[in-house]
Design a protein around this ligand. Structure first.
Ligand code: AMP
Ligand code: MG
Length: 347
């Protein structure tokens, strides 16, 4: 792997960061790699139309070659660049949810090389709402391919320091734009054929159904795909988001979780609870909270930071409270079940 001098580019706001923004845009135009803040998680950006640049994303992340990348654009008009056909449903969703954390799978145009779409005839497209991400795409003048800026398999980065930890020496620059607001990756929906939710996110299935009532949810959102299954979204077959310490999801009545974990802690030294604020005073073992039980948005924004903290604190094993599979809770469940390698304990 190359040994790059990773530049640290603080950009507190678009207005204050013009010089650094232009530096980052110049690196991208030359085929380099820049970790950038978005409202979901930090992205590892490169020119989506440049096969060499895109190949270097896969190398820097250690990402499997068959896992396609999301192409980021800076306004709705730019949709007709990477996509050769835009169905009415895409325009409807774009008008409602863009800029924002929604990715749409559409037929791919020829300007997007097959390495970006991992050989598929479709392409994933998103218009992020983060002002720095949008200003950078506009400034660079090219669509940016940007998967999460972590080493493949580890929790997605929600701060610039997470990117530095995973990718120092592997990328040309990291833009520090502060912590990400949403904290989980974008909702992914396929609009090739019947609308299908491939990955849940902050734009919830319920919100999309209010516009597209026939939305289907891909079974791989909540279940482990069988080993050789053809999955609609290649990313869903890989182990993901995992800290080094093993994680188990604990599913049962709301009030049962702290007592069950306390009983477990009496037998197993070194365990941690991944819990809600309400559990903290009731637990007798080390615990990390995602936020208040009823605040799914807060829980999502803390999830990946807390998964990283488990390793920093030397947790031997973690028992996580199982989220309810509705609203943004479906996104939390989808990430946690993969962090837990699909291990669920029913209590
Ligand atoms: P990441 O950029 O790491 O957040 O992952 C992007 C997600 O979108 C992965 O799960 C990919 O498998 C999925 N994806 C990207 N492009 C396509 C596509 N053309 N068809 C289906 N899924 C896609
Ligand atoms: Mg990722």
């Amino acid at each position: 792997m190359s040994n790059k001098q990773t530049k640290w580019l603080p950009i507190p706001s678009v207005a204050e960061g013009m010089g650094n923004l232009e530096q980052a845009a110049a690196i991208l135009r030359k085929g380099g790699l820049v970790a950038i803040p978005t409202e979901t998680v930090y992205g590892l950006a490169a020119d989506a139309t440049n096969p060499q640049a895109v190949t270097s994303i896969f190398e820097a992340k250690g990402r499997p070659q068959d896992n396609p990348l999301i192409v980021h654009i800076h306004d709705i008009q730019a949709l007709s660049g990477p996509s050769r056909e835009i169905p009415e449903s895409a325009l409807l969703l774009a008008r409602h949810f863009w800029p924002g954390p929604l990715t749409m799978i559409l037929p791919k145009a020829d300007c997007i090389p097959s390495v970006t779409s991992a050989g598929l005839d479709t392409v994933a497209i998103r218009l992020p709402s983060h002002p720095i991400a949008r200003a950078l795409i506009r400034q660079a003048g090219i669509p940016l391919a940007a998967p999460s800026a972590n080493r493949s398999g580890s929790p997605s980065p929600t701060t610039a320091l997470h990117c530095l930890h995973d990718l120092e020496g592997r990328v040309d620059a990291i833009i520090d734009g502060g912590p990400c607001q949403v904290g989980v990756e974008s909702t992914v929906i396929s609009l090739v054929g019947k609308p299908r939710l491939l990955r849940p996110g902050a734009i919830t299935a319920e919100k999309i159904r209010s516009l597209l009532p026939d939305l289907e949810i891909d079974p791989a959102v909540v279940q482990q795909p069988p080993p050789d299954a053809q999955v609609a979204s290649p990313g869903m077959k890989y182990k993901h988001y995992a800290p080094h310490c093993p994680v188990f999801l604990v599913d049962g009545p709301v009030e049962a979780f702290p007592n069950w974990v306390n009983a477990q802690a009496a037998q197993e030294p070194g365990i941690f609870a991944l819990c809600s604020d309400e559990d903290l005073p009731l637990l007798h073992c080390p615990a990390l909270s995602l936020g208040p039980l009823a605040d799914g948005k807060a829980q999502a924004s803390h999830l990946f930071g807390v998964l990283r903290e488990l390793d920093e604190k030397g947790a031997k094993k973690a028992y996580a409270r199982c989220p309810r599979q509705e609203g943004i809770g479906l996104a939390l469940y989808n990430r946690l079940i993969r962090a837990a390698a699909f291990h669920i304990i029913k209590i």
